[in-house]
Design a protein around this ligand. Structure first.
Ligand code: NAD
Length: 276
């Protein structure tokens, strides 16, 4: 019960990583307010939570919505934990064709939302003597090949924002950290491509099967894997940790595939065979 007596806000809490985080925090004693554009999903989660999770419709691209979300948590008894997690794939165009509007929309969804989440949560936390903020970045912040350019750039921004905010807010006893998920089986892939209904289930099954083989730990990464890291960073177990991030990627970014997959030969192995 690491979060007994604490109140948390989780954006994007209606699905995937945010949903698992809301459930994990609530399971460990927190009262959780989730903000999401998905009213059906958010409402259903709140309804089935026995009063531990509440839902407020929130579009994180709207600063007023974010301010209203954290204000609601504060009014209910104070804000201790803020998880800036909501997101979607954003614009998929490469840099030589993307429009300025699509670029701005993607940054507003994935980077400005996190900045404004921190901006509006921090003063409320500071007034209570401190708090913990956790932001969701992505392995796409670390290199190419994981996600589109606008998304990946925003997620890299989230990592640096995490450090800058940690520096700004340490004096108020607010810790700021990030999680860096790898390939996690959620609706984000199908939602970003507009795949819905029965086709979504089929596509999600394909994604889960692919995700099981994508990294050295050969199983599908789950929202609960990431929620566990978020809960750790939000908890007093991490009370000396700020301005950093935890990779939750099953080893995806350890190195090239041939370094961990015996079925993928390296160029060096081919040269060794040639030399014999
Ligand atoms: N799934 C992965 O492999 C993966 C990897 C790295 C990072 N992430 C990040 O994890 C976070 C959660 O994604 P997920 O995988 O759980 O996906 P998901 O689609 O299951 O959940 C995302 C949630 O965000 C909500 N959302 C989208 N736009 C919103 C908006 N404008 N305002 C409020 N809510 C909005 C959606 O309705 C949804 O409930 C995202 O920031 C995503 O970029 C996911």
């Amino acid at each position: 019960m690491r979060f007994a007596g604490k109140r948390a806000v989780v954006t994007g809490g209606a699905s995937g990583i945010g949903r698992a985080t809301a459930l994990r925090l609530a399971e460990e004693g927190a009262e959780v307010l989730i903000g999401d554009v998905d009213e059906a999903g958010g409402g259903a989660l709140a309804q089935g939570s026995g009063g531990r999770i509440a839902f407020q419709r929130t579009d994180v691209t709207k600063v007023d919505d974010i301010a209203a979300l954290v204000a609601a948590a504060d009014a209910a008894g104070g804000l201790d934990i803020m998880v800036n997690n909501a997101g979607a794939g954003g614009a998929r165009d490469p840099i030589d064709t993307i429009s300025a509007d699509d670029w701005d929309r993607t940054q507003a969804l994935l980077l400005r939302s996190v900045a404004m989440g921190i901006r509006h949560a921090a003063p409320l936390m500071a007034a209570r003597g401190g708090g913990a903020i956790v932001n969701t970045s992505s392995v796409s912040a670390l290199g190419s090949g994981y996600a589109p350019t606008a998304y990946s750039t925003a997620k890299a921004g989230v990592l640096h924002l995490t450090k800058m905010a940690a520096a700004d807010l340490a004096q108020h006893h607010i810790r700021v950290n990030a999680v860096v998920p790898g390939f996690i089986a959620t609706n984000i892939f199908t939602a970003s491509l507009g795949i819905a209904g029965a086709a979504q289930q089929q596509a999600n099954a394909m994604i889960a099967a692919g995700a099981a083989k994508a990294q050295p730990i050969q199983r599908t990464g789950t929202p609960e894997d990431v929620a566990a890291a978020i809960a750790f960073l939000a908890s007093d177990d991490a009370s000396f940790i700020t301005g950093t991030s935890i990779l939750v990627d099953g080893g995806l970014t350890i190195g090239p595939r041939h370094s961990w997959d015996p079925d993928t030969p390296s160029l060096f192995a081919a040269l060794e065979a040639f030399a014999k």
